[in-house]
Design a protein around this ligand. Structure first.
Ligand code: F6P
Ligand code: MG
Length: 479
């Protein structure tokens, strides 16, 4: 990649990379070890048990290397085509140690290393070491899920009725109402990213309410530092007015559970409103940054919705130990959730919602490389009216995780994905890492000074680490 700014490194004492490598990652590996132990308890298959013990030992070794600042070693050949690219890059970088290595590459490498441990086995090849965590957080966002399900059903039904019976409102009023609904749906989808597993615990009921209704949405709007949703809306309505038959929106997914749920809400809304005719989802191919969506998470979400009563009445081991009791869903709640299942599985079956995996999304580099290293995927994305990138890591990859001046235009920071690419990019990102671009002059300084943390003195951008602030940025891809 060619950048004009250096990339964040785990040696950079003021960045979130520093504490990530030293505190967060060892904890993530430990949680992985715990998870495998639990699965070991549940199996009687000797061969599987013996392999499982080997996995635990390998994970412990990785943790040791990380904590003792050893060199990153080549990823063993586990039969997948992406190993070579990871190792070539590692070799090209020269000897790299865990505590002084570019953040983006090393964090991707970490998850690829973990995946290779499982991929080299027979019984654990497709095991998802983070699946338990993902499903249990989804369960704990039940109030939000139930509320949004009810709201979704109302919206979709109203949109269907509108198609047949035009109201008395003027064209202008109608457009304003459509834009407002679009904005609201996108912002629900945006804030769904604030709940990823590596950072936040469960949403409180108040947090959940913040995600809903126009009053509440207005309140959280002040935390969106740049909001280009109007541009995205214009692109989609222009294509619609042009009478284009096939109008695709792509969503490069981030997290499973609640975030995937709101991604589906947005997708279903885009289809029901006619702003898109198909939605293509891009999941990850290996367990990734703890909470990211794998194709199996998609299926797990749909089957939870197909039989929500069973899903919510099954208690986890932890819940049982705490003496918790399942509270049954009301009939309306069950019906609302099953409506989602019906609607989404029909859209999926009819090809209006599609899942399109590609191992590029779990490569070690930034998206600056996409046009060159993955020309087919790039061409495919160019056919889309709008490519939505969800979440923090996708944003870091778009802007190459480099220490840009925060006022650098978004279109500059995304390099080859920007002007002249022919790609219409929309990033929906809650900030959980240092990099941020496209801010108006003075905003970063103000947040650094006003955050009540020591960030201002150290030069650290701590305000950008917690998911409290967000940016919604657009690039139209024109030369
Ligand atoms: O900043 C912490 C972190 O784990 C980063 O490593 C990563 O970019 C991000 O959070 C993951 O968040 P998201 O799920 O929004 O991509
Ligand atoms: Mg994620």
């Amino acid at each position: 990649d060619t950048f004009t700014a250096p990339q964040y490194s785990t040696s950079d004492a003021t960045s979130f990379a520093h504490t990530s490598a030293r505190s967060r990652w060892p904890i993530i590996i430990t949680q992985g070890i715990d998870d495998v132990h639990r699965s070991l308890h549940g199996t009687k298959d000797e061969a599987k048990i013996s392999e499982g013990k080997g996995i635990v030992a390998e994970l412990a070794r990785l943790k040791y290397e990380l904590q003792h600042d050893r060199e990153l070693t080549p990823i063993p050949d586990d039969g997948e085509r992406d190993v070579e690219a990871y190792n070539k890059e590692l070799a090209a970088r020269g000897p790299a140690k865990w505590h002084s290595v570019p953040w983006l590459y090393s964090e991707c490498y970490l998850y690829r290393r973990i995946a290779s441990i499982f991929k080299q086995t027979k019984h654990w090849r497709s095991y998802d070491v983070f699946a338990r965590q993902k499903i249990s957080t989804f369960k704990s966002s039940r109030p939000a899920v139930v509320e949004l399900a009810g709201r979704y059903q109302n919206i979709v039904t109203a949109l269907q009725q509108k198609k047949t019976a035009r109201g008395t409102e003027t064209q202008e009023q109608r457009e304003a109402a459509e834009k407002l609904l679009f904005t609201e749906m996108c912002e629900i989808c945006l804030w769904g990213n604030a709940t990823d597993l590596s950072l936040l615990t469960n949403l409180s009921y108040e947090d959940i309410q913040k995600l809903q209704g126009s009053e509440a949405r207005k309140a959280s709007e002040k935390n969106i530092l740049v909001n280009d949703l109007d541009n995205a809306f214009s692109v989609l309505t222009a294509a619609q007015e042009e009478g284009k038959k096939e109008r695709r929106v792509d969503i490069v997914l981030d997290n499973a559970g609640f975030e995937l749920f709101v991604d589906l809400i947005l997708a279903g809304y885009l289809l029901a409103s006619g702003l898109a005719t198909t939605v293509v989802f891009h999941p990850k191919s290996i367990p990734w940054f703890v909470s990211d969506v794998l194709p199996a998470d998609f299926g797990a979400l749909l089957s939870a919705l197909a039989d929500p009563q069973t899903f919510y009445s099954a208690l986890s081991e932890d819940e049982k130990q705490l003496g918790k009791e399942a509270v049954p869903l009301s009939d309306t709640e069950t019906a609302d959730l099953q409506f989602l299942f019906q609607d989404w599985s029909t859209l999926h079956a009819e090809g209006q919602m599609m899942l399109r995996p590609n191992d590029f999304w779990t490569a070690g580099g930034s998206y600056w490389r996409l046009p060159k290293t993955e020309p087919e995927l790039f061409e495919d994305l160019r056919e889309s009216e709008l490519v939505i990138f969800k979440g923090d890591l996708n944003y870091r990859k778009l802007v190459a995780d480099a220490a840009w001046q925060p006022t650098t235009p978004f279109t500059t920071a995304i390099g080859p994905m920007g002007p002249g690419s022919g790609l219409r990019v929309l990033a929906l990102r809650t900030c959980k890492a240092d990099v941020v671009v496209g801010l108006p002059e003075g905003v970063d300084e103000k947040l650094k000074a006003g955050g009540g943390d020591e960030g201002a003195d150290s030069g650290a951008r701590k305000w950008a680490w917690s998911g409290k602030w967000a940016v919604v940025q657009f690039s139209d891809g024109k030369a």
